[in-house]
Design a binder for this molecule. Structure first.
Ligand code: SD4
Length: 292
């Protein structure tokens, strides 16, 4: 019996601490993921997830989230959803369906409403100030409007050997209305199979989707690579490929665990923080550095 949970970015720490309490108590990986991601979504100061997330170029907060159950391989996802409090819970509910499990925009909102999910204006005053400052800076300093984004992505293993994964993000800052990235897309932003392991990604969705990074890591683990080897190989090969074909690679960071609770992490950016907890490690934040 062993448990493990891993997540992208320091912002996941408090959520992971709560998720670990459930896992220690023989709770399910699915419940731990939902609980932990919800905590990140609810915290108003994280600018890239849930309440307080930064808006798109029209000043609207459009959120993406996904949930995957590693036993049944069920997937649920929402993209571009507005004015609902916990997209991860909507995604989890959708994962129970055989059909219509990935809904976008108005369709996702209608589903959430009909299924009793809580409505909330997710745009905070703080996010409006950031948005206005950023607009000004972008024009005055000639910055890329797309330089602000993070996703909380998690993978968990529970004491019954079941695994689950979840993601949640407001996506790329200043994105076009309707734009979605990897976080809602199975195989790119997340993937988990309880018989092998799971992975999740954060960074520039447009590039992560070119490598189907999360599925690639799980595939490599199935071939016998350790989680660390699989994470390193998936990130470095995609990074090199994009540089070769396009001269430039966007940010790509990944975390993964296998079904024994061993973990791996890799990035092509300078500093990528992640949170890990296992039955042997209390929740802790590490920083992974680019190996290239
Ligand atoms: C996206 N991958 O929407 C997300 C954003 C992110 O670090 O993770 N940024 O493209």
């Amino acid at each position: 019996m062993s448990y493990a949970i891993i997540a992208t970015w320091r912002m996941a720490l408090e959520g992971i601490e709560e998720g670990v309490k459930l896992l220690k108590d023989n709770g399910s990986s699915a419940d731990a993921i939902e609980k932990a991601v919800k905590m990140v979504e609810d915290f108003p100061y994280y600018k890239s997830v849930g309440y307080g997330g930064l808006p798109n170029e029209n000043g609207e907060v459009e959120l993406d989230a996904a949930f995957m159950d590693g036993d049944s391989l069920s997937i649920g996802a929402v993209a571009g959803i507005k004015d609902f409090k916990n997209p991860i819970s909507i995604a989890r509910k959708l994962s129970e369906q055989k059909f219509n499990c990935f809904l976008v925009g108005a369709g996702a909102e209608e589903y959430a409403h009909k299924n009793g999910f809580e409505r909330k204006n997710m745009l905070t005053d703080r996010a409006i100030i950031h948005y206005k400052n950023r607009l000004k800076e972008t024009v005055e300093k000639g910055l890329s409007p797309y330089d602000g984004h993070d996703t909380v992505g998690m993978v968990a293993l529970d004491n019954s050997d079941s695994m689950a994964s979840g993601t949640s993000t407001s996506g790329l800052f200043m994105k076009k209305r309707g734009r979605t990235g990897d976080s809602a897309v199975s195989g790119s932003g997340f993937y988990v199979d309880s018989e092998i392991g799971g992975a999740t990604a954060t960074g520039l969705g447009e590039d992560i989707m070119k490598g189907c990074s999360s599925y690639e890591i799980v595939r490599l683990m199935k071939e016998g690579y350790t989680p660390q080897q699989a994470a390193d190989k998936a990130v470095s090969e995609l990074n090199d490929l994009l540089i070769k074909r396009r001269k430039k690679a966007g940010d790509i960071s990944v975390v993964c665990i296998n079904n024994k609770g061993e973990f791996g992490v890799a990035t092509n950016i300078e500093n990528f923080s992640f949170v890990i907890a296992t039955d042997k490690i209390e929740p802790i934040v590490y920083v992974c550095k680019n190996k290239n």
